[in-house]
Design a protein around this ligand. Structure first.
Ligand code: SOE
Length: 384
């Protein structure tokens, strides 16, 4: 007997596609016992959402998210729409007893994120947040090395998420540059991933101090956007950028480690460069998303004279999730992180297990994001 699960997906653009792809891959590579019924996809533009329903293989579509979240035939509400939708949709979905998967950042503010967590808990539904990079095999190997004590006591976390798609001042004013829709700029979009990885690998934050900058304050009003590309009409009116272009901050972790963070969309030469390095008393690890199949590891116990970072190809069956994909050396990519996270989410529903990372992790990340913003305003350290 196949295990049936009925999925509803909100959003059909960049993230919507990444999630739809994951649902298609899960039975093929992970669990042939699953029958994932793609019941409905939801979006505001009827033509666009109808086309997406066809292309992604959904049985139907909705243009009204309230109707969408109350559909009887949907068990899971998967939210990939812009951040200002996360809170209202997740609360309604929880009230309607749907399990919820929600993209990051969880909400525009910590207070809203806390309401989402409370609604999910009160209604006893599963909840997970889309911190997909936790599911890269190299990141999971780093976690294993840390848990096994191979790095010893952790001293430093050094993380950065660098992109360059809005350096051109003529790049249009897209929703990601509007505070009311996105909550913040590079900070919440990119920094949120680094903060989550730091929490996952090192532990909780105790205090932060940051600085933030909007380099380009006005941009032409957007005409249309796909993925991270957008166009504006010739002579389009200008509008105000209401979010940060770059945010940098320092952290003290509760366990005594020190951290530094940088999130920017103004780093020419870095398309999607998420990197971190962790230094401990026995060794170090470093990771770079643009080399997703590799983890670099320095072991201070190696023979002196032969010490150095070794590059581990994380593509062998003993590496997390890799037994499900291809033979060693047959590399995987960005989209696989979504397959892994959504597979775990479905497993948690099916086997009634705890989800991870869940809305609590989303709340904790929002707390750090908000504390950094407060510290930027006050120009001082803020405790968490
Ligand atoms: C755009 O900056 C973006 O797609 C983010 O929204 C994602 O969370 C990140 O993984 C890649 O870049």
């Amino acid at each position: 007997m196949k295990k049936e699960i009925n999925v509803g997906l909100l959003g059909y653009k960049f993230m919507g596609k990444a999630h739809a792809n994951a649902y298609a891959r899960i039975p093929l590579f992970f669990s042939p016992d699953y029958k994932i019924n793609l019941k409905a996809i939801c979006g505001r533009d009827e033509k666009g959402v109808a086309e997406a329903a066809q292309t992604f293989g959904f049985e139907g579509y909705e243009t009204d998210w309230q109707r969408f979240t109350s559909r009887e035939d949907v068990d899971v509400v998967d939210i990939t729409a812009p951040s200002n939708f996360h809170h209202p949709v997740a609360i309604k979905a929880a009230e309607n007893k749907k399990h919820i998967f929600c993209e990051k950042p969880l909400a525009l503010t910590t207070a809203m994120a806390e309401e989402m967590l409370a609604a999910a808990r009160e209604n006893n539904v599963k909840h997970q947040i889309g911190f997909n990079y936790r599911f890269a095999p190299a990141v999971l190997l780093a976690k294993k090395l840390i848990n096994e004590g191979k790095l010893g006591q952790i001293y430093h976390f050094r993380g950065a998420y660098l992109q360059d798609w809005i350096v051109d001042p003529a790049f249009p004013l897209v929703w990601r540059l509007d505070k009311n829709v996105a909550g913040s700029g590079s900070h919440g979009d990119l920094g949120a991933h680094v903060i989550d990885l730091a929490r996952f690998l090192v532990g909780e934050f105790s205090a932060v101090i940051g600085m933030s900058k909007t380099f380009i304050k006005e941009r032409p009003i957007v005409e249309q956007m796909t993925g991270l590309s957008a166009t504006a009409r010739e002579g389009a009116k200008m509008g105000e950028v209401t979010v940060d272009d770059a945010t940098l901050f320092l952290t003290q972790f509760a366990n005594g480690a020190l951290g530094s963070f940088e999130a920017t969309r103004f780093s020419y030469g870095h398309d999607n460069d998420l990197r971190f390095e962790i230094n401990g008393s026995k060794g170090s690890v470093r990771f770079n998303l643009e080399r997703i199949n590799e983890l670099e590891y320095f072991n201070a116990e190696d023979e002196s004279g032969l010490r150095g970072f070794r590059t581990i190809q994380v593509t062998h069956p003993m590496h997390p999730y890799m037994d499900k994909w291809w033979p060693p050396g047959h590399v995987i990519g960005y989209e696989h992180t979504f397959v892994h996270e959504l597979y775990e989410f479905l497993e948690a529903i099916d086997k009634n297990k705890k989800t991870s990372p869940d809305f609590y992790d989303g709340v904790m990340c929002c707390k750090v994001l908000d504390a950094v913003e407060e510290s930027v305003r006050k120009k001082e350290w803020v405790e968490i």
